[in-house]
Write a protein that binds this ligand. Structure first.
Ligand code: BG6
Length: 293
């Protein structure tokens, strides 16, 4: 049995012979769905998410580049949209690959470059760059890898983030491991600097930028009802944003449905967002996450 790929005008779907599958929307190269062999969905996607390219997708794995949030780099980021343009641009499907004769994995590659960017974004961020985004599905994991190259003569600075919306059963029963002693910025409390003690649990809106002390290899474990469900390992991405919008923030998002959907989702977002990565002419940055079942 072979890996099945279907490539339409708007999305690419891959399924392993054993039933695991992934769906990627070309708008934003947004992973919309990741299912295990039993058909159990791992990602949360809003019922009101716009999938027609008019807006960034509310759910799945939107990709943040070249700025996180509203931007804090003065002149260089002031014209960019919230979370940058990568999640709001149409990417090109570059093809799939598998290890020879091996149908237990598949890698899908997507590209976006300054040449294919909309005029308004080119004006807002006038650098020459290339983005290569790879989504690798195996029987036990999903890996997403971003490679950023500076193809121009000017150095540039950027932030990037893999904004994963995990689907959960009940936020009240979730705890996330791997953050003990991590310094963080509390975006709900006017960006106050704090330090985490123990696991992360939820009893209201939470929007924190953590820099875990163990570095990127320190696993992050999503637990439900005291049982480990998913394990996330990062490569070269030092920061992790954890976000749950709770009642009021969900109410304010037009594309967030159902309104009590915050009980069923939590964002764990691996990236580099606390400061700025600088890329000189000809240089490349690579960052990745692997989510293990
Ligand atoms: C998170 C931010 O990464 O994304 C939150 O930390 C933000 O502050 C959230 O609200 C969603 O952002 P957006 O632009 O998709 O509504």
């Amino acid at each position: 049995a072979q890996v099945t790929i279907s490539h339409g005008n708007a999305r690419v779907t891959a399924e392993l012979p054993t039933g695991e599958s992934v769906v990627v929307l070309l708008h934003g190269a947004t992973v919309l769905s990741w299912k295990d062999a039993a058909g159990d969905e791992k990602l949360w996607l809003s019922d009101a998410a716009k999938l027609d390219g008019t807006k960034a997708v509310r759910g799945g794995i939107p990709l943040v580049f070249p700025v996180f949030g509203a931007g804090s780099n003065g002149e260089k980021t002031k014209s960019l949209p919230q979370h940058g343009f990568a999640r709001n641009s149409r990417w090109e499907f570059l093809g799939k690959s598998t290890s020879e004769g091996d149908s237990s994995n598949v890698k899908l590659d997507f590209g976006l470059s300054s040449e294919s960017l909309d005029d308004e974004y080119q004006k807002a961020w006038p650098f020459r760059f290339g983005l290569l985004y790879s989504v690798t599905l195996t029987r036990e994991s999903l890996t997403t890898t971003i490679v950023i190259t500076n193809d121009g003569d000017e150095p540039f600075e950027f932030q990037t983030l893999l904004h994963t919306y995990f689907r959960i059963k009940d936020i009240a029963k979730v705890s996330i491991d791997g953050f003990d002693n991590a310094p963080y910025i509390d975006q709900v409390a006017a960006k106050a600097a704090k330090t985490q003690s123990g696991n992360i649990t939820f009893d209201g809106e939470l929007d924190n930028i953590y820099t875990p002390t163990g570095g990127p290899k320190q696993p992050i474990v999503l637990q439900e009802d005291g049982k480990p469900r998913l394990r996330l390992v990062r490569d070269n991405l030092d920061d992790v944003v954890v976000w749950n919008p709770h009642v009021a923030k969900s109410a304010g998002m037009g594309d967030f449905e159902p309104k009590d959907g915050w009980k069923k989702m939590v964002c764990i977002e691996a990236g580099s967002v606390r400061s700025w990565q600088k890329l000189d002419k000809g240089d490349a940055f690579e960052g990745a996450q692997t989510i293990h079942l």
